[in-house]
Design a protein around this ligand. Structure first.
Ligand code: HEM
Ligand code: ZN
Length: 183
């Protein structure tokens, strides 16, 4: 996983729990003197170890931590790459463009990124079906990113994870139902 994702987690932990907490998590889960550089890759297990310890520290289930992290990560990535996000005129076009636009841009900026495969279909007004596949099985992180995107565009969103790789499916299917928040 790219350093930029670790930096997002670092920023979240420091904001919620302080610098000392992050230092302690790093000490336990990473080699000595680890510094995450956005464009560089680090072992996935390191991210999982860090996230697991965040769950313990906050007394939350791992699933909740991954979701909260994904939601925070959207804002973090937006800040890091505003031009990638600004080309969309709203929530629907952004979601439909994750694979074909956003992650294509990411692949130009970062060498050999490990990206999921995401396919989206508009089923009807206010309802998109998302298919997610990745050997890293970070579908809960995807859920969090969807929540983060919805918040950015002032939408309320309800997710239904109807099929999941963690339950033996070949890919995850996430039903995304959304509505503009009344002004
Ligand atoms: C990786 C989904 C938007 C940049 C990932 C991963 C997921 C994901 C689940 C983890 C890797 C995996 O599953 O195998 C999504 C979804 C998005 C979204 C659902 C919108 C709702 C964005 C945006 C950016 C971005 C807006 C940047 C502007 C990245 C980067 C990685 C990544 C840099 C790490 C690649 C690596 O570690 O090699 N994305 N993403 N994503 N995404 Fe996205
Ligand atoms: Zn899943």
């Amino acid at each position: 996983m790219k350093g930029v994702i670790f930096r997002g987690l670092e920023s979240l932990v420091i904001e919620k729990c302080g610098m000392a907490a992050w230092e302690a998590l790093l000490e336990k889960n990473a080699p000595d003197d680890r510094v995450y550089i956005s464009a560089q890759s680090y072992p996935d297990e390191e991210l999982v170890g860090l996230a697991q310890d965040v769950a313990v520290a906050l007394q939350l289930p791992m699933a909740e931590v991954l979701k909260a992290f994904g939601e925070y990560l959207f804002g973090y990535l937006l800040q890091r790459h505003p031009t990638i996000v600004e080309q969309f005129d709203g929530f629907i076009s952004l979601i439909m463009g994750i694979d074909s636009v956003i992650h294509v841009e990411v692949a130009k900026l970062y060498q050999e990124p490990n990206l999921p495969r995401i396919r989206c279909e508009v089923i009807e007004d206010g309802f998109i079906l998302m298919h997610y596949y990745s050997s890293r099985k970070l579908c809960l992180c995807a859920e969090g990113l969807i929540y983060g995107a919805a918040a950015h565009y002032n939408m309320t969103v309800t997710l239904d994870h109807v099929e999941c790789m963690h339950k033996g499916a070949d890919e995850c299917a996430i039903e995304v139902r959304f509505e503009q928040v009344a002004a």
